[in-house]
Design a protein around this ligand. Sequence first.
Ligand code: ADP
Ligand code: MG
Length: 321
Amino acid sequence: MPLSESALIERYFRGLGAQRTDVPLGIGDDAALLECPPDAQLVATTDTLVAGVHFPPATAPAAIGHRALAVNLSDLAAMGARPAWALLALTLPQADEDWLAEFAAGLARLARAHNVALVGGDTTRGPLTVTLQLLGCVPQGAALTRAGGRAGDELYVSGTPGDAGAGLALLEGRLTAPAAAAAYLRERFLAPSPRVALGERLRGYASACIDVSDGLLGDAGKLAQASGSALTLEFESLPVSEPLEQALGAEAARELALTAGDDYELCFSVPALESARLMRELPPQHWNYRRIGALRAGAGVAVTRGGTVMEFSHSGYQHFS
Ligand code: ADP
Ligand code: MG
């Protein structure tokens, strides 16, 4: 007998993730009751993953569960918020119990790691689609936004962008790489590590912040535009991982770091006068970020190399065709 919707929810989703004391009523009623701390603002985000659009159809279910939460954690990280509660709208072609068990395990592992409780959702039949809504809190008035940067601010990025884009290309057979490098890059696509702790710590340092999901060049450009500034990115300063360099060479690795998606790193600006304090109090080698450029007066994005401006359009690079 196929699993009923209520049995499915009971078996795989009730109690998933962290147990939190600020959930007086979770899964099982018509809606959840949640308690925001006093003096905090609620921060809300949602993202949808469609099979064949946002991940290859054959992706392991645990990785889909991980990614569904990771992409939303990254949005809250960019706001400097602390994640707390998730709702899951799941559309499934059929109630495959092996698939559900693995999906729930992948989701639960990351949820517990970030103290997130699953407090509700919806389950429907149709082409595989995963929509996760994530709620969190930030002290009143302390949220980071894209708009707070000013000309003269330094620009930083966390991690090594480009890895996930290469990982996806490997999974789709558009790229080959030595085995160890390929394994690392694939994992960076399948199991991104959203920079939640860094986002929270950046409150009080960063003037603006955005998460890098659609390519560093475009996303940093959005931050600059929202901040009413132009942006200069220094090609030689772009951090790239060793496996990415092994797979593509130094030049193409940096091009991919600028243009590939799915990184889920943070890009943030810091007033020049605050940069020394940032470096001292949040050591870059511990927090894993690097200066890549600066906001300037004006509008638009320039990538410079040895002092000269490179020709670079957002969609101009077709790496694997
Ligand atoms: P309703 O008809 O009131 O929406 P449902 O039968 O859809 O009720 O859901 C029952 C309970 O299970 C609700 O608390 C709902 O939030 C929760 N729920 C349904 N689907 C999911 C899911 N995929 N993940 C987590 N909770 C879910
Ligand atoms: Mg429902």
